[in-house]
Design a protein around this ligand. Structure first.
Ligand code: MG
Length: 161
């Protein structure tokens, strides 16, 4: 069996914008704040897509979805994630599990955890018990500690039978 691991790391700035949806893991988190980015800025899906691309020997999502391309403005990040899965599949791999850690003081993830897990299981086509979803703070240290943004670290294992 051929198994490989990959990591993805992403950060997006948090802004006050009631009109812009705040998306984490493909789920809209209600509130007055939003993540800033050229796409929909879903920090979790970006980290996950990069982990999948890394595991399957590809470059980062910026190569496939340039932030200079107007076609990618407010792009639904599930499109990015699906592209990473397709590139992985082309090389004969399937996703075994994903472990995800969100980093920041806000938004609070706990109330939305189940919904995010359901959405991720659906997008990744794996069982929910193959997805770890955790959140941590930086104990108020640094930019993330001042709620200036949200970070996400994702690790995946892929395998070819
Ligand atoms: Mg990003």
């Amino acid at each position: 069996m051929d198994i490989r691991t990959g990591t993805g790391l992403d950060f997006h700035r948090l802004i006050d914008d009631e009109a812009r949806p705040l998306l984490i893991g493909g789920v809209e988190i209600p509130g007055k704040r939003a993540l800033l980015g050229h796409s929909d800025a879903d920090v979790l899906l970006h980290a996950l897509a990069d982990a999948i691309l890394g595991a399957s020997g590809h470059s980062d999502i910026g190569i496939y979805f340039s932030d200079k391309d107007q076609a990618n403005k407010n792009l639904d990040s599930s499109v990015i994630l699906k592209k990473s899965l397709a590139l992985m599949s082309e090389r004969g791999y399937r996703l075994s599990n994903a472990d995800i850690t969100l980093i920041g003081e806000e938004p609070r993830i706990a109330p939305h955890r189940e919904k995010i897990l359901e959405r991720l299981a659906d997008l990744l086509a794996i069982a929910q018990d193959r997805i770890g979803l955790k959140a941590t703070t930086t104990e108020k240290m640094g930019a993330l500690g001042r709620s200036e943004g949200v970070g996400c670290l994702a690790t995946v294992l892929i395998q070819k039978d």
